[in-house]
Design a protein around this ligand. Sequence first.
Ligand code: BGC
Length: 354
Amino acid sequence: MRALTVRPNAKDSLEVSDLPEPVPEEGQILVGGLAVGVCGTDREIVEGSYGWAPPGRDRLVLGHESLGRVRQAPPRSGFSAGDLVVGVVRRPDPVPCGACARGEFDMCRNGQYTERGIKEIDGYGSQMWCVETDYAVKLDAGLERVGVLLEPASIVAKAWEQVERIGGRSWFEPERMLVTGAGPIGTLAALLGVQRGLEVHVLDRVTEGPKPSLIQALGATYHTEDADKVMQSVVPDVVIEATGAAKVVFEAMSGNARYGIVCLTGVSPKGQKLDVEAGSINRGIVLENDAVVGSVNANLRHYQQAAALAKADLPWLERLITRRVPLDRAGEAFTAQDDDLKVVLTLDPAGDPA
Ligand code: BGC
């Protein structure tokens, strides 16, 4: 079978090569891969600045935003041949820490968790893959064209859960939210904001391409002014930050509403330096009971919440996928194009690449 592999920590090592087909172990499902999404983390791994190969090996199968179709499943597992499935990214650390022991591996405390396609376990970027039944999520049959968005949607479901739990420490009826960054995470965060009945604003740099109309189609407002101006005009109760741009992060922390909650989801490159007026930022956070929280990854509960994706408008979701590239031309998926939002690699040779 064909698989997409990289040598973590080496630059430009991306390769599509033949690997033996996997054989499911007890409790595992055998899946025919349909698609994997490409995200910033994959790009960092390909650039050689992130990622870990499995112990004793130098190459890792890339891909953590998965979608496949069950070929073979253990009896009474709840899965059967033909089901659409997505594999969960993270596995608990082996110790396990208190959080991992409770199924909250997204909150792992000792950092020894592993992640498919990212940290020490092969990913889903191959024509066939296996996954433990406990780490597979069944999707509605109608989600074949968009199910690959489930993993990014799980990240956003977790971020929203953090916001709501933190909000729940006092009276909390947020009215306005700002999403910074209209990439796939930001766009999905805006969707969940609209579904919760908030007035949603989205800030991004680009004025052209698919982003403005996708955001407007949600009934949300698209902004391209500087972050400080947008913060002043919106005064958001909730900010979901999805750019990782240091300046935007600090604007979001400074200009929000009283009892504002800022949830940071964008992983910044290291080394961004900024002159900030730290005194006023701290003063504002303290005097307004604001909260700033980081959020990464997702546990099974968040995947299940994200599976409610089926409730969203499918043609709208499909517009988030702006390019589908066949696996054998994987390099093209990693070369950014102007109007890219979510780029997806198609794995099924019989599938529709268009
Ligand atoms: C993935 C997460 C993962 C994180 C850090 C993200 O791109 O979506 O599941 O935890 O990278 O490795």
